[in-house]
Design a protein around this ligand. Structure first.
Ligand code: URA
Ligand code: URA
Length: 233
């Protein structure tokens, strides 16, 4: 004999669940990796399912939201651990990054890889991305309307990753994230805050390639980061 009341309560529960799932763009039950991941993550966020990096990448699509789309070869979305505790944010893709669709893979990227190694981590343990996802022609600085189109995607990526720390590489990344015009030389050496995430600005590895004497300063910043990073474990 079926307990009618329990059965009706179960139906109501299923009904409510389906409403929440539908609101999240979910179109049915299946066993795709995406659906299983959503089910796995159920209940971890007070407002239902938080979007994943894959959701954000899918929404970005073959982005044509600004003029940089015309000159790029590849969108450089970001790379690394989706649940990274530490995120490095650069300016935007250069030539090599545009060719490969991966962040920090050129000369500056090789130096960044060494910096990450120096703090006893590797690239797969952090997340690496940029303020801008498409290479500006001739590596010019991104313009404000380009940042406006692109930055919301980075904000969503950071909300999905929920890191404890961001290292802002160079003046452009630091000033954009912190909404300030203060020079990088005065921003570095201490933690700032972005949406509850500790932000440590430091010099850009491309700047270090031209000014090797500044590596000492970056090392000081990285030591500061390591201390806090271990403390948060
Ligand atoms: N410089 C950046 O700021 N980002 C990259 O991805 C590569 C070089
Ligand atoms: N100016 C920049 O834009 N970035 C640096 O890292 C240093 C100086």
């Amino acid at each position: 004999m079926i307990d009618k009341q329990a059965f009706n309560l179960a139906l109501e529960e299923i009904d409510r669940t389906l409403v929440v799932l539908a609101a999240d763009g979910y179109r049915g039950f299946d066993c795709s990796p995406q659906s299983l991941e959503k089910i796995e993550n159920w209940g971890q966020h007070p407002d239902g399912f938080a979007e994943t990096l894959e959701d954000i990448r899918a929404d970005l699509g073959d982005c044509r939201r600004c003029r940089l789309a015309r000159g790029r070869k590849n969108i450089v979305f970001g790379a690394g651990l989706p649940a990274a505790k530490l995120v490095f944010v650069g300016e935007g893709p250069g030539f090599e990054e545009d060719q490969q669709g991966q962040p920090f893979v050129g000369a500056a990227g090789q130096l960044l890889t060494r910096i990450i190694g120096a703090i006893k981590l590797d690239r797969a343990q952090v997340y690496i991305c940029n303020i801008i996802k498409c290479r500006p022609p001739g590596n010019r600085n991104p313009e404000s309307d380009e940042i406006k189109s692109c930055f919301p995607f980075l904000e969503r990526q950071l909300a999905a990753i929920q890191p404890d720390f961001i290292v802002a590489l160079g003046a452009f990344a630091a000033q954009t994230l912190l909404e300030t015009n203060t020079p990088i030389s005065r921003l570095r050496k201490r933690f700032h805050e972005y949406n509850g995430i500790k932000v440590l600005p430091t010099y850009h590895p491309a700047y270090l390639l031209r000014n090797p004497d500044k590596k000492r300063d970056v090392w000081e910043d990285m030591k500061m980061l390591m201390k806090e990073y271990r403390y948060e474990d």
